[in-house]
Design a binder for this molecule. Structure first.
Ligand SMILES: NC(=O)C1=CN([C@@H]2O[C@H](COP(=O)(O)OP(=O)(O)OC[C@H]3O[C@@H](n4cnc5c(N)ncnc54)[C@H](O)[C@@H]3O)[C@@H](O)[C@H]2O)[C@@H](O)CC1
Ligand SMILES: [K+]
Length: 228
């Protein structure tokens, strides 16, 4: 593919909305035919690679905090990759498993078959032992104020001294305008999928996201694809 098309495909330096993110996702899965699980695996690999490479993270004892949507699915896949590399990792699963998305249920099935530790509650003493926290609670699907045990989990993450990696976007930040919906994770780094999100173009969003890596996971703006 000629490089000028490829660069346009990547729309480097562009920011997209939650709606665009979902639309590009959907197009790639349903029009192009890339299975959702393949995209999730590539997203997880991008986060995993950054966790291994970045000096900000001490992987002595990792906790992945996972919601029940596909952001959680990404996080659970990251936990699996770390586990298979021999890195001590635990999944703290928020929300009801039976309400999890199809992709997240698949990721849960896989980690259970590998025997990864999954907790629904983490007491304070254990929580304080983690050296690295992966925020996979909410991604671009966040649509209302964070409350209850989700808010409690965000506040515990923020009170921790462990470094925080946010999957796709810090949980609590609205993807389109960088507004904090109740509370938001303060991340040291964020790995965001396919294109940067409009939230990270705002002062608050940039501050909460920390160092942002844009991961090319094979999702492109359909308007940039060469007409076949
Ligand atoms: N094909 C895939 O599976 C891919 C998934 N991706 C990931 O998928 C994410 C989007 O996933 P989803 O659309 O499932 O949504 P999220 O995982 O962002 O949110 C989970 C669900 O939480 C619910 N919710 C929203 N606000 C809430 C609140 N305040 N309190 C409680 N529940 C709330 C919504 O029903 C939402 O569906 C992206 O951010 C990205 O991380 C990307 O990696 C691209 C590929
Ligand atoms: K997140």
């Amino acid at each position: 593919m000629p490089s000028q098309i490829y660069n346009k495909l990547l729309m480097t330096g562009q920011y997209i909305s939650a709606e665009q993110a979902s639309a590009f996702d959907d197009f790639t899965i349903n029009q192009i035919g890339v299975p959702s699980a393949v995209l999730m695996e590539k997203a997880a690999l991008a986060v995993y690679d950054r966790l291994l490479k970045s000096p900000a993270f001490n992987l002595k004892k990792v906790l992945v905090i996972a919601g029940s949507g596909n952001n959680g699915g990404d996080g659970i896949a990251v936990a699996r990759l770390l586990y298979l590399r021999g890195i001590p990792v635990t999944i703290w699963l928020l929300g009801q498993q039976d309400k999890a998305s199809v992709q997240t249920q698949l990721q849960l099935k896989i980690v259970k078959n590998y025997g990864l530790p999954i907790e629904n509650q983490i007491d304070e003493e254990n929580f304080s032992k983690y050296t690295c926290l992966v925020d996979a609670i909410f991604g671009v699907g966040l649509s209302r104020e964070i409350e209850g045990n989700y808010a409690q989990a965000v506040n515990r993450i923020n009170a921790s001294t462990a470094a925080v990696m946010a999957v796709d976007i810090p949980s609590g930040l609205h993807a389109d305008d960088g507004k904090v919906l109740g509370t938001s994770v303060q991340a040291d780094e964020t790995v965001t999928m396919s294109y940067n999100k409009m939230a990270m173009a705002t002062e608050q969003g940039r501050q909460l996201a920390g160092l942002v890596t844009v991961a090319d996971i094979g999702i492109y703006d359909p308007n940039c694809l060469p007409a076949n």
